[in-house]
Design a protein around this ligand. Structure first.
Ligand SMILES: [Zn+2]
Length: 105
């Protein structure tokens, strides 16, 4: 067997950042991943995971522009609300002036 037992996995980080693995389930036929996933790895090679991360970041940014509004809270996660949410219960901010007038009349 090549390599030492237990040494073939992820290499330790040296930049001080922590990362945790999450499961991404990919359909297989037998032992072969589905074609779209094989293509994705073929196109992006060993950088395919970084590409997935980049696509997720871009999708988040797109959702922030089109589906979410931001309140005055400090938390970079909790400050974003979907448009069906009219008011933040942390900072009491309304999503817009019209909504505020409807609630406060
Ligand atoms: Zn808030």
């Amino acid at each position: 067997m090549a390599g030492k037992k237990g040494r073939s996995g992820r290499k330790p980080r040296t930049d001080g950042l922590k990362s945790k693995a999450v499961a991404l389930y990919i359909l297989h036929s037998g032992k072969t991943p589905v074609t779209w996933f094989r293509f994705f790895k073929r196109i992006h090679g060993s950088r395919w995971q970084e590409k997935v991360r980049q696509l997720m970041r871009e999708e988040n940014a797109h959702a922030k522009r089109t589906r979410l509004w931001r309140c005055d809270c400090d938390d970079p996660f909790l400050q974003w609300h979907f448009f069906h949410v009219d008011k933040c219960h942390g900072c009491e901010m309304y999503k817009n002036e019209i909504t505020r007038r409807i609630y406060e009349r």
